[in-house]
Design a protein around this ligand. Structure first.
Ligand SMILES: NC(=O)c1ccc[n+]([C@@H]2O[C@H](COP(=O)([O-])OP(=O)(O)OC[C@H]3O[C@@H](n4cnc5c(N)ncnc54)[C@H](OP(=O)(O)O)[C@@H]3O)[C@@H](O)[C@H]2O)c1
Length: 422
């Protein structure tokens, strides 16, 4: 089976090495041998592994127009030209494997419809959770279930940063710098720390499990860049940790999708997922809770998913078995209507009566408080930490805009969702 690979960076090199290392076993398992015929790159002058000597090109057409190549692997990244190349490859009747969450989360509908029309495979296991098998288990092994909830840690960079803040007492910027030095964070970390990367992955997963098309813009998204060591410390005092959590919930006629920092109790299965690891929990009506755990990125873990997709495409080379399953048209719930409990940290003037004034604003907005602590005092101000019971986000926002206007309130420092507080 002749394949073409577009991109020879971290993942592309891993794919080449993994095929070389395990090709005998792969051949026995699928009854066909993978041969890498051409590899597309941008810069012809870069040094490349000897394994691909004589196969490198910088012209997409060399791969597209090669009639021997029936599978194209896209591991270039970015929206364009990757999206256009994938569309052209499918139109030409070639199977496509991609690790590109940006393209799949934004253009999945169009590309899956095209793959169905052309009766070819479009597989994207590596686009969510890197090496963790999650797309195919959802589309196949768990497909007899109604999935009501999906909750996970979908970004290794932010999990590493939060783990360093929690375990080593580092500030956000110190932990980010260390992640960049270790190669876990890019020089421009925006997509990771602002939650955009996790939102793309959640959009893909939610579209699959709730059978309704969800795009990244519909995911309510907050990053971790405003989390301070004080929040980590106060969470710990309450027996909790802070994680960047992606949640998809199915309601009667809508779905709720968000990526935000969340306080998780220490005994929550996701609380102990540390460092660059990812984990995804799914609740099915027949199977109950199922958890997937592993490395969500990296050269070889990601190559593991990509090469397995190549093998799957070879097994189904005469026709695609898995197409778009977004047959529902559910609304995405407005973030203001989503109900959960919240952790708040405020700095207020250290004077009598301030707390009761704040409590009044919460009461007027039908918000009940579960915990209130006064923390350190400095320069005539006191830090107050509050945990609410479940409340619609809109009610909280209304209360906070009233509280913000009080002259006794110096600052509303942090607002974080709490999972599992009733
Ligand atoms: N890295 C991970 O751990 C990981 C995990 C899961 C998913 N992914 C996804 O996998 C994809 C690839 O990521 P990566 O980390 O391997 O990227 P990368 O290291 O930056 O490599 C990108 C490769 O694509 C080539 N390329 C980029 N634009 C091109 C263009 N316009 N024409 C031809 N070639 C082009 C580059 O060529 P040159 O070599 O000539 O510069 C390079 O070889 C992305 O979609 C990413 O989101 C990555």
């Amino acid at each position: 089976m002749q394949i073409g690979i577009m991109g020879l960076g971290t993942v592309g090199t891993g794919v080449v090495e993994l095929i070389e290392k395990n090709n005998d076993t792969i051949t026995k398992r699928i009854g066909d041998r993978i041969n890498i015929k051409k590899v597309l790159v941008q810069n012809l002058n870069k040094e490349r592994p000897t394994l691909v000597e004589g196969k490198i090109t910088d012209k997409f057409e060399d791969i597209l127009e090669d009639e021997d190549i029936s599978i194209i692997v896209e591991v270039m990244g970015g929206e364009e030209p990757a999206h256009t190349y994938i569309r052209k490859a499918l139109s030409r009747g070639k199977h496509v494997i991609t690790a590109n969450k940006e393209v799949i989360s934004k253009h999945g509908k169009e590309l899956l419809e095209l793959s169905a029309e052309k009766n070819v495979n479009l597989l994207f296991e590596a686009s969510v959770g890197g090496g963790i098998p999650i797309i195919r288990p959802m589309k196949q092994c768990l497909s007899a279930n109604e999935i009501t909830k999906i909750i996970g840690i979908l970004n290794g960079t932010t999990n590493y940063i939060l783990s360093q803040m929690s375990e080593r007492g580092k500030s956000f910027s110190e932990a980010l710098k260390e992640a960049q030095l270790k190669g876990y964070a890019e020089s421009d970390p925006t997509n990771d720390v602002k939650g955009f990367d996790a939102a793309r992955k959640l959009a893909i997963l939610s579209s699959i499990v709730f059978n309704t098309r969800i795009t990244p813009e519909q995911v309510y998204t907050e990053g971790i860049d405003s989390i301070s060591p004080a929040d980590i410390q106060y969470a710990r005092e309450m027996g909790s940790v802070i994680k960047l959590i992606a949640i998809g919930k199915k309601h009667e006629n809508s779905v709720e999708v968000s990526v935000t920092p969340v306080l998780l109790r220490e005994d929550h299965p996701l609380a102990s997922v540390a460092g660059t690891f990812n984990a995804i929990m799914v609740e099915g009506d027949a199977v109950g809770p199922v958890m997937f755990y592993g490395l969500g990125a990296g050269k070889m873990p990601t190559a593991s998913a990509v090469v397995a997709d190549i093998m799957e495409a070879i097994k189904h080379k005469n026709g695609s078995k898995i197409h778009c399953t977004c047959y529902n048209h559910l609304n995405v719930m407005d973030a203001g209507a989503a109900t959960t409990s919240f952790y708040l940290r405020l700095r207020v003037l250290d004077r009598p009566g301030v707390l009761s004034k704040i409590a009044g604003a919460f009461g007027e907005n039908q918000i009940s408080l579960s915990k209130v602590f006064q923390k350190n005092t400095m320069n005539g101000t006191a830090e107050i930490v509050i945990v609410t019971y479940d409340v619609p986000f809109q009610n909280l926002q209304d209360a906070l805009s009233e509280i913000q206007a009080y002259k006794q309130v110096a600052e509303i420092s942090t607002v974080i969702r709490v999972e599992g507080e009733r």
